[in-house]
Design a protein around this ligand. Structure first.
Ligand code: ZN
Length: 318
């Protein structure tokens, strides 16, 4: 029997899952609407049933584990804890609940750690021992690898770089504090910056015709690609603050590369070029030109599923 791992990515809206072989190939996949399951037991039932159904289509494979990326996940305890963007309140013993339905090892960690593990096992960080993945979506997540090992820390929550303070008394953050990196350097942060700029800049911009609630990082990136001055400045300002967050991370752990992943990273060179510019300008001299800023080596489509599966494949040699 060939071995296969189930990778699961739990998001606030959707949960995607798939069967991933040791080369990172996604053999079969499916999805659930997370919001359809306000009770965790119903969610676990639906997810495990769906995984068993996928397995029944791949009879030559045997399941050796389930890797799960989820918001506010604790690697040490296999739990999701007080996740503001999920309906399940308090501490959810997710790994134990899944193991009661499917008797294989289950690893749970936050989605950015899963992305970093995917990068290390299947993506652009193959062979690297020190790197950081930043996921720039609704928020800013991070997975930190030092000396070939994911950093989980004393609590299991290490790597919350989105909540490093970059502006004193700055923007309100979803965590209840002010001036966190993710309030600026994320898809939502870019939208907030653009809205602020439109109120202080006089230049014409097609973005002014979009109602604020409909403005997205994708639309801003498209406008920047057409040299819209407001969008270009928003991209530049976002890159500057992201650059400071990256520099703070570099002085801490001296990575070989920083991978940018997620919705905002799809802006490509419109974001990467100014990030590199500010890094060249502001980075501490010992680290100048030592760090590559790279796009993820994993496809955005099923990268989250591959990353979650990599949690199990990591350390399995045969
Ligand atoms: Zn915060």
């Amino acid at each position: 029997m060939k071995k296969v791992v189930a990778g699961v990515d739990i998001g606030g809206t959707n949960t995607v899952f798939g069967l991933v072989d040791k080369t990172g190939k996604v053999l079969a996949e499916g999805s659930l609407k997370t919001t359809d399951y306000p009770k965790i037991n119903d969610f676990v039932q639906a997810l495990t049933t769906a995984i068993k159904k996928l397995l029944s289509t791949k009879k030559e494979y045997t399941l050796i584990g389930i890797g799960i990326g989820a918001p506010d996940a604790n690697y040490h305890r296999g739990t999701i804890e007080h996740a503001p963007n999920l309906a399940w309140k308090g501490i959810v013993p997710l790994a134990d609940l899944i193991k009661s339905k499917i008797k294989v090892p289950v690893i749970v960690t936050n989605d950015a750690n899963a992305a970093a593990m995917g990068e290390m096992i299947f993506g652009g960080a193959k062979g690297m021992k020190d790197f950081i993945v930043l996921t720039l979506g609704t928020g800013l997540g991070s997975g930190i690898v030092i000396d070939g090992k994911m950093v989980y820390g004393h609590t299991g929550f290490a790597g919350e770089l989105g909540h490093m303070t970059v502006v004193k008394d700055g923007r309100d953050c979803g965590c209840g504090r002010k001036g966190c990196l993710e309030a600026y350097a994320s898809a939502t942060g870019l939208v907030r910056t653009t809205l602020e700029l439109m109120s202080v800049m006089r230049e014409e911009s097609p973005l002014r015709d979009i109602p604020p609630s409909k403005l997205t990082s994708k639309k801003i990136a498209e406008a920047a690609a057409k040299k819209d001055p407001v969008a270009l400045k928003a991209m530049n300002d976002t890159a500057e603050i992201l650059g400071f967050g990256i520099i703070n991370s570099i002085v801490f752990s001296s990575p070989e590369a920083i991978f940018l992943f997620g919705g905002l990273a799809q802006a490509g060179e419109l974001l990467f070029a100014p990030v590199r510019k500010y890094l060249a300008k502001n980075n501490y001299v010992l680290f100048k030109n030592t760090v590559k800023i790279l796009p993820s080596g994993i496809s955005e489509n099923n990268g989250a599923v591959m990353g979650s599966a990599a949690l199990i494949w990591n350390g399995i040699s045969d």
